[in-house]
Design a protein around this ligand. Structure first.
Ligand code: ADP
Ligand code: MG
Length: 248
């Protein structure tokens, strides 16, 4: 879906980040186009989550530039809340409100931010439940759901704000194997709908099928990136070759 003329949604230029002596991101530069689906792979500790968290200012870079949707978020004076309204994020751990019903979870953000009134938020929430295949769960407590169902609700909740970028950090890593497919299916449909997506995952089959571009992180650097076919079938970087030999 990507092409050279497409609008740049995320611009990252020469970003560095350290935690104490631990230099976690090293001169990272990456542009992501509107409608593009980028999958980030790499070993544990290579900086993937830190990179993702920087895109909505959950972390600040030490230096470099990050522009999201035209807003320079590496500048502390940017109103990050405005930017965050357009960025949905889904974590490994769901982070749902367990005491609320499924419908309430999805309606909460649009109502609280004043984006929608209750009636509009409920209509939207019911549409999204249909999208993620869980219409019949609207009124149940989140506690009663399986992990895979919780994650589909977490995706619906993020979509309720009508974001134009979705970030996923290992959304299926905490799930029982039989739940993974349903969540990946929802993500695949979202990708086909044209959503700009940045996804950290170890699901290589999914990456092959859905990604426009695969980015390999290792030791805080982008060691290789390209179309899935190139990255998986003809990797050039030695560390990528070694990584793939372990996970595929
Ligand atoms: P990945 O998601 O690829 O597994 P992370 O971005 O989570 O990698 O972590 C990269 C490195 O940064 C690791 O060495 C990790 O221990 C360290 N790190 C991540 N977050 C913090 C933090 N908040 N404070 C200190 N060190 C951190
Ligand atoms: Mg991580």
């Amino acid at each position: 879906m990507s092409n050279a003329q497409a609008k740049v949604k995320v611009h990252v230029e020469k970003v560095n980040k350290s935690y104490g002596d631990n230099h976690v991101l090293r001169d990272i530069s990456l542009d992501i186009a509107e409608n593009e689906v980028v999958v980030m792979i790499g070993p544990s500790g290579s900086g993937k989550s830190t990179f993702l968290r920087m895109l909505n200012q959950l972390e600040m870079p030490d230096d470099g530039t990050i522009v999201v949707d035209g807003f320079n978020i590496s500048d502390k004076s940017t109103d990050i809340n405005k930017v965050r309204e357009n960025i949905g994020m889904v974590f490994q751990s769901f982070n749902l409100f367990n005491n609320y019903s499924v419908l309430e979870n999805i309606m909460l953000a649009p109502v609280e931010t004043g984006k929608m009134n209750k009636a509009a938020a409920e209509t939207k929430a019911r549409q999204l439940l249909d999208t993620v295949g869980l219409s019949e769960k609207a009124d149940v407590s989140v506690n009663s759901l399986s992990g895979g169902q919780k994650q589909r609700i977490a995706i619906a909740r993020a979509l309720a704000m009508e974001p134009d970028i979705m970030l996923f950090d290992e959304p299926t890593s905490a799930l029982d194997p039989e739940m993974v497919g349903d969540v990946l299916e929802v993500m695949k449909n979202l990708a086909e709908s044209g959503m700009t997506m940045i996804i950290v995952t170890h699901e290589m089959g999914f990456a092959k099928q859905v990604a426009d571009r695969v980015v390999f992180f290792e030791s805080g650097k982008i060691q290789e990136s390209g179309a899935p076919k190139q990255v998986f079938d003809a990797p050039k970087n030695e560390r990528l070759q070694e990584f793939l030999s372990k996970v595929m």
